[in-house]
Design a protein around this ligand. Structure first.
Ligand SMILES: CC(C)(COP(=O)(O)OP(=O)(O)OC[C@H]1O[C@@H](n2cnc3c(N)ncnc32)[C@H](O)[C@@H]1OP(=O)(O)O)[C@@H](O)C(=O)NCCC(=O)NCCS
Length: 166
């Protein structure tokens, strides 16, 4: 399966947001409420927010395509801790999961982290998200700590912070 990974451009913003909704509706109803899904999608994938992030230094959006069709995406950013990069988003089309796309995107962002002089890649994952935790373990991440973050709207994120060296 030929996978192409390239930077997200302004033209991709609508299809990225549409794929995010498909993946979230597949993955999260068993984990968080529909109200929280809608709140977080609106907060994170509104076009102005995505366009602002595409123009932000130290923040990268990557898309993975198969046969020219968007199949997944990742967003990474430098954190306030020197030498550390955060994999902030990793989403793969449910129809294309378990085919190595997630691993390919992780390898891609790990290479960037090395180029940027980082030693560590971190991420936050919901404690109930067994599918993603299994994928992250497979790709070398281990749990560093447990956090509960208030994201407004009466919602919290109950996450593990996972990390791996790059
Ligand atoms: C996490 C995610 C990005 C992984 O992408 P992927 O393309 O499936 O990843 P890979 O093919 O590289 O790795 C697949 C591995 O993930 C784990 N995995 C994936 N789906 C699984 C499932 N339904 N049950 C158990 N383990 C699963 C397994 O370890 C699997 O390896 P295996 O197929 O050899 O057993 C994808 O499952 C996804 O988009 N999930 C929904 C959104 C999400 O939770 N994103 C992470 C937010 S923090």
């Amino acid at each position: 399966m030929p996978i192409a990974i390239a930077p997200v451009s302004a033209n991709d913003v609508e299809v990225i947001a549409a794929l995010a909704r498909v993946v979230w509706q597949d993955a999260y109803p068993a984990i968080i409420t529909q109200a929280q899904i809608d709140y977080m999608l609106a907060q994170r994938y509104a076009a102005p927010r995505l366009l602002e992030e595409l123009a932000t230094p130290g923040l990268w959006w990557d898309r993975a395509t198969v046969d020219g069709t968007l199949a997944g995406f990742a967003a990474t950013q430098l954190t306030a801790t020197p030498g550390e990069m955060k994999l902030d988003k990793l989403y793969v089309d449910p129809a294309r999961q378990r085919l190595g796309l997630g691993g390919a995107l992780i390898a891609h962002v790990a290479a960037r982290a090395r180029r940027e002089g980082c030693a560590t890649l971190i991420l936050a994952v919901n404690k109930q998200n067994a599918r993603a935790i299994a994928a992250y373990r497979k790709h070398g991440f281990t749990v560093r700590e447990s956090v509960r973050v208030d994201i407004g709207g009466g919602f919290v994120m109950d996450d593990f912070i996972m990390e791996r060296s790059v």
